[in-house]
Ligand binder design. Structure first.
Ligand SMILES: *[C@@H]1O[C@H](CO)[C@@H](O)[C@H](O)[C@H]1NC(C)=O
Ligand SMILES: *[C@@H]1O[C@H](CO)[C@@H](O)[C@H](O)[C@H]1NC(C)=O
Length: 280
C-alpha cells in the first residue's frame, strides 16, 4: 500500500527535478548544508580550573567533573568521552574536548574559576643555576641541609633519560613508604628504568592527540613514554635533583659542570610528562 502511495509522489519529484541544473544543486547543497552542523563544529582541548577540591575522595571529585560536564554536553556518557584528564588530588579541574560555545557556557558555571585553552609550549635551553644566579654557596647551604634528604620533587616536562648519570641511585635509601606514585611504562621505558632516585614517571599525550591526531613517533622525535627524546626534561630534572656530573654537555654544546640545585635543569613539547625524583 505504501508502495502504491509513494509512486505518484516519486514520479512527481522525478518530473520536477529532472533538470540537470536543479539536480546538481541538490546533490551539492545537501552535504554543504549538513556537514557544518554535524561534524564541523570545531573542537579544542580546554583546561577547566575549579580551584580547591570540595571532597577528599578523588573519586567524588572526578564524579563532580562528570556531572558538571554532563550539563553542557548532554549526558554523562558524552561527558566521560569528552574528559581527557581529571585533576582530583591537589586541586579540582579537568581537561576536556569542547567546542567554543561549550567553553563559553562552562566558564560561566558556578564553581568554575577559569578555563584556558590547551597549547603547545616549546622548550629553550646546562647552566640554569647560573642563569638564575644561584651561587655555589647556596649549593653549600643545601648540602648542610642534607641536600634535600627525604624530599620528593615533581617535575612536569618532556620526560627523562633514565640512563643519565645524574639519576644513579647508589647510596640512596629505600623509596619512602608514603610514596604512592607509579612508574608508567611505554616506548623504551619500563619499570626497571625507575630506581631509588627516579621513583615514579608518567606520560600524558591525550591533550595533544585530541587536537592533532595520533602522534607518529617513528622519526624518533618523541617517545610514547616517559623517555625524553629532546633532552629538555632530562636537563631540568637533573638541575633539580641530579648529582654533579663533570663535562656534561648537550651534543658537545654548553659543556661544563652540570650540577643539581639540591646537590642540579628542564622543558617540554608535545607530551607533558610528570616525573618524580627523590633527592639524597
Ligand atoms: C626493560 O628495559 C630494559 C632496557 O631497555 C631491558 O633490558 C629489560 O629486559 C626490560 N624489562 C622488561 C621487564 O621488559
Ligand atoms: C609515520 O611516519 C613515517 C615517516 O616518518 C611513515 O613512513 C609512516 O607511514 C607513518 N606512520 C603512520 C601510522 O602514519
Amino acid at each position: 500500500m505504501s508502495v502504491n502511495c509513494s509512486r505518484p509522489v516519486e514520479r512527481y519529484l522525478m518530473a520536477s527535478l529532472w533538470s540537470p541544473g536543479i539536480f546538481l544543486v541538490l546533490v551539492l547543497a545537501l552535504p554543504l548544508k549538513t556537514l557544518p552542523l554535524v561534524t564541523l563544529a570545531e573542537t579544542n582541548v580546554y583546561i577547566v580550573y575549579m580551584g580547591d577540591k570540595l571532597h577528599d575522595e578523588p573519586e567524588l571529585v572526578q564524579e563532580s567533573h562528570h556531572e558538571l560536564l554532563a550539563d553542557i554536553v548532554g549526558s554523562k556518557d558524552a561527558a566521560k568521552e569528552s574528559i581527557l584528564y581529571s585533576y582530583k588530588h591537589g586541586f579540582s579541574g579537568f581537561a576536556a574536548v569542547l567546542t567554543k560555545s561549550q567553553e563559553k557556557l562552562i566558564a560561566d558555571f558556578p564553581g568554575v574559576a577559569g578555563v584556558v585553552r590547551n597549547r603547545i609550549i616549546s622548550s629553550h635551553t646546562t647552566r640554569s643555576w647560573d642563569f638564575l644566579q644561584v651561587k655555589p654557596q647556596l649549593a653549600g647551604r643545601i648540602s648542610k641541609g642534607h641536600s634535600g634528604a627525604g624530599s620528593i620533587i615533581g617535575v612536569m616536562d618532556t620526560g627523562i633519560w633514565p640512563e643519565s648519570k645524574s639519576f644513579r641511585d647508589e647510596g640512596m635509601a629505600e623509596v619512602p613508604s608514603r610514596w604512592r606514585g607509579i612508574c608508567q611504562e611505554g616506548e623504551g621505558f619500563n619499570r626497571s628504568h625507575c630506581n631509588r632516585k627516579i621513583i615514579g614517571a608518567r606520560w600524558y599525550v591525550k591533550g595533544y592527540e585530541a587536537e592533532f591526531g595520533k602522534l607518529n613517533t617513528s622519526d624518533g622525535d618523541e617517545f610514547l613514554s616517559p623517555r625524553d627524546a629532546g633532552g629538555h626534561g632530562t636537563h631540568t630534572s637533573s638541575t633539580a635533583t641530579g648529582g654533579p656530573v663533570e663535562s656534561a654537555s648537550f651534543m658537545g654544546l654548553a659543556q661544563g659542570l652540570a650540577r643539581g640545585g639540591a646537590p642540579i635543569s628542564l622543558a617540554g613539547r608535545l607530551q607533558s610528562l610528570l616525573g618524580y625524583r627523590w633527592l639524597r
